[in-house]
Write a protein that binds this ligand. Structure first.
Ligand SMILES: [Zn+2]
Ligand SMILES: [Zn+2]
Length: 423
């Protein structure tokens, strides 16, 4: 069996707010630099994108499509929105299945082929959509299950219930950028599900594509093998989930959508979800939602792989050089040096010995080492604002910065308590 680093959820230019560079040859090229080798096609129900896929991919047997410029494997996949505003990710075995589903879905949406219909909004619920997907031989599960806008747990207390009669057939969920396995395993029901960690990227550059990925064991790249990996947990085919620390996620903490002031659940409820600072809406965070649904235990099921917290290499370089723009020449130059020497970004971040990395740039190699050792602190994200990582120099620096961060938070907390008391 071989291990495949796979990103199974991102978007084509036919979804809203996606880079025009999100084209298969560029995606394949950038995925290779990142170190990914198994990808979703994204947006596979959209006619315009289907034409692009057919032009730029070579169909192999077993539901696998190969890029023309390298060895990256693709599987047909998409995201849809149901009438309950929940996002679902779907994988399909071949173009016949796509046609079968398009025929049925067409009666419930007029967005399938619209220029912004990469993620079509359906007038069907999760149960109805999943029945159609299963009938076509496909797989389905909730996308970014915990996010407050389009995650299943924003509207339902249980994934099984959200899918009705089809609920027992749901085998995986996607964690999303604001959660990880540690958080998700606090919910009893979730200890039965296989977890996926995908980027949901809107651009092909390696600081987005593959910022979360899954290391999956497959006999060969095929739809059947992927199906096994995503449905038979005792097979333990997913050997590693990798992604951002959820503290970096935009919806990690409960916070104001406008000024990003953070709140506890009790505070937000007391304020009737109106920010005390600016009166705008407070958005419930993933942490607080999980707290509500948790059974108080935090057990890791036997089949659950490790979750590795990672940051894109460009962001690590950026933090070392203290440059504002991630696309700056200087960052790109250093990034390229590392990736060309060691083959891929994932190799640099996860697998190469630090002594080897030192030969390219000692300062950045040290940062990577600190990252691997977990010497990273975060100003937590929330309300739609990403969190900010603080990569420390060493253990002593870590303790010092941790103390400073705690003091800062305490100060903010007591100022807020005073205002709340007067409220
Ligand atoms: Zn989504
Ligand atoms: Zn506010």
């Amino acid at each position: 069996m071989k291990e495949f680093d796979s990103d199974l959820h991102y978007h084509s230019p036919y979804s809203v707010g996606v880079s025009k560079n999100m084209l298969i040859p560029i995606i394949a090229e950038q995925a290779e630099l990142k170190g990914l080798n198994f990808l979703s096609s994204a947006d596979c129900l959209n006619r315009h994108w289907i034409s692009h896929l057919k032009e730029n991919l070579v169909e192999e047997e077993n539901g696998i499509f190969k890029a023309k410029n390298n060895e990256i494997s693709f599987v047909l996949g998409t995201e849809v929105q149901c009438k309950n505003k929940v996002h679902h990710i779907i994988f399909l075995p071949d173009f016949n299945a796509i046609e079968e589903i398009r025929k049925k879905f067409r009666n419930y949406t007029n967005e399938l082929d619209s220029i912004m219909g990469g993620r079509p909004r359906m007038k069907l619920n999760g149960e109805q959509i999943s029945e159609i997907v299963f009938d076509a031989g496909g797989m389905i599960g909730p996308a970014h299950a915990f996010t407050p806008y389009f995650g299943v747990y924003a509207f339902f207390d249980s994934i099984r219930k959200a899918y009705g009669e089809q609920g027992k057939k749901i085998s995986f969920l996607e964690l999303g950028l604001s959660a990880d396995s540690f958080l998700a395993d606090k919910i009893k029901e979730d200890r039965e599900f296989i977890f996926l960690s995908n980027s949901d990227s809107h651009s092909p550059w390696p600081f987005r594509l593959g910022r979360e990925f899954n290391r999956i064991k497959l006999k060969d790249p095929s739809f059947k093998e992927l199906q096994k990996a995503l449905s038979e947990k005792e097979e333990k085919r997913i050997v590693l989930n990798v992604g951002l620390n959820p503290k970096e996620g935009k919806y990690h903490r409960t916070a104001c959508q406008s000024c990003y002031t953070k709140y506890t659940l009790q505070e937000a409820e007391k304020l009737k979800w109106k920010c005390i600072e600016c009166k705008k809406e407070i958005k419930r965070g993933v942490v607080e939602r999980i707290e509500m649904l948790s059974d108080g235990k935090n057990e890791k099921p036997d089949f659950r792989p490790d979750y590795l917290h990672l940051l894109p290499l460009q962001e690590i370089i950026q933090s070392k050089l203290k440059i504002k723009l991630i696309t700056s020449q200087k960052i790109q130059f250093l990034w390229k040096n590392f990736v060309e020497k060691f083959g891929s970004e994932i190799n640099v971040l996860v697998d190469e010995p630090i002594e080897e990395l030192m030969k390219v740039d000692a300062g950045i190699a040290k940062k990577i080492d600190c990252f691997r050792k977990g010497l990273v602190l975060f100003e937590e994200g929330g309300g739609g604002q990403y969190g900010k990582p603080i990569i420390c120099e060493n253990k002593k620096d870590f303790e010092k910065k941790k103390f400073e961060l705690e003091q800062k938070e305490k100060k903010q907390f007591s100022a807020q308590q005073k205002k709340l008391f007067e409220f």
